[in-house]
Write a protein that binds this ligand. Structure first.
Ligand SMILES: [Zn+2]
Length: 362
């Protein structure tokens, strides 16, 4: 190679390195509205469009989830009506996840009735089914023991979901904080919640299944149904340690998680070891979906609702995209954003959700 060519080549390399600076690698706060995003865990139980209006402004698609919160079929059916209504108004924005109720679990034919209900939801466009923590933590067997997720009575329902090529969102168990004394809990929201709801504070109820019992039952369900498309809601209840969550990802290579209502635990771990948290999100970004667990039941002022949505979404965008010093009422003290690469941010905020829930396919 002549001296001239060598010089030209070296100049070219230098220029390409220069052009590959920070603004190519990372997003800024200002990129927030321009980038396509999804919040995969929300609950809209009203006919009004206030939630989706803000989502359109902030460029979010949404997964609207039914949950057996009241423990009744009526509750499930009512929620699905709203989910369907929202979807019909904005079909490209929403994906629908339905649920089954365990109200009549002990009556003959529960699985058949559940399957018939699920079929009717799938035929109306639902892409998945939510299983909630009442299985494992509330539902009692006839001998007063808790019914766990790996119970064979759920087998036909899971088999059917797989046959219909639908997915499951599983919120099993609770944050580990639920099994710790108040003073050892890592986030303010958990401490406040369990102080006000001692009946759900499992540290006070050692006779009930342990945290590990809940995780084992969920994992045994996944072992029973290796073809099941499973998204672990709330960081699969392994929100307390990214290394433990990474091990779970390795154990279940097709499973994904959502981050709904667990950013406090992410912030807390960031305060302990930012580099470890950054490496985790960078490495597993194609298994992680951004989510909030926010909702609208029609009762709050539209302006308050929309301001809160925007603030939470922008806070989390800032955390993942930048290295800013931040504060949040979820944790005490400050923490620094983890500034993931654009590729990882795209995965967490959209691409994983697109794959799991099929956004952009209709
Ligand atoms: Zn939820």
């Amino acid at each position: 190679m002549s001296k001239y060519l060598l010089f030209a080549f070296a100049t070219f390399i230098c220029l390409s390195l220069l052009s590959c600076g920070d603004n190519e690698m990372y997003y800024t706060v200002d990129d927030f509205a321009a980038v396509e995003k999804a919040d995969v865990h929300i609950h809209i139980r009203t006919h009004r469009n206030s939630f989706v209006e803000q989502a359109i402004k902030d460029n979010f698609s949404l997964v609207n989830i039914v949950v057996d919160g009241a423990g009744t079929w009526e509750g499930v059916r009512n929620q699905f009506k709203y989910v369907k209504m929202q979807h019909e108004n904005h079909p490209e924005r929403f994906r629908m996840v339905t649920a089954v109720s365990v109200e009549d679990f002990h009556e003959p034919g529960w699985a058949d009735r559940s399957i018939a209900w699920l079929d009717s939801c799938f035929d109306q466009g639902a892409v998945g089914v939510k299983f909630w923590k009442n299985i494992g933590m509330v539902l009692k067997d006839t001998n007063q023991q808790n019914v766990m997720l790996d119970d064979p009575r759920f087998d036909p329902v899971f088999k059917h979901i797989i046959q219909r090529d639908k997915m499951v969102v599983g919120h099993l168990g609770e944050p580990l904080n639920c099994w710790l004394p108040l003073e050892e809990m890592t986030t303010n929201n958990d401490r406040n919640y369990f102080e006000e709801h001692p009946q759900y504070h499992m540290y006070l109820h050692p006779e009930l299944p342990s945290y590990q019992d809940q995780m084992d039952a969920r994992n045994q369900r996944l072992d029973k149904n290796p073809e099941l498309k499973f998204a672990g809601a709330h960081m699969a209840s392994i929100e307390w340690n990214v290394d433990t969550l990474a091990a779970w990802f390795e154990q279940y290579p097709d499973a994904t998680i959502d981050l709904a209502a667990r950013m406090g635990q992410v912030f807390y771990q960031t305060q302990q070891d930012r580099e470890r948290v950054r490496n985790f999100f960078q490495k597993y970004s194609n298994r992680i979906m951004y989510a909030t667990d926010l909702g609208d039941n029609g009762s709050s002022e539209v302006e308050n609702l929309q301001t809160n949505l925007h603030e939470v979404w922008l806070r989390d965008w800032t955390y993942f995209s930048t290295d800013q010093q931040m504060e949040s009422d979820l944790v005490n003290g400050s923490f620094q954003g983890i500034q993931l690469t654009k590729e990882a941010v795209n995965n967490i905020f959209y691409n994983t959700a697109r794959r799991v829930f099929g956004f952009g396919t209709q």
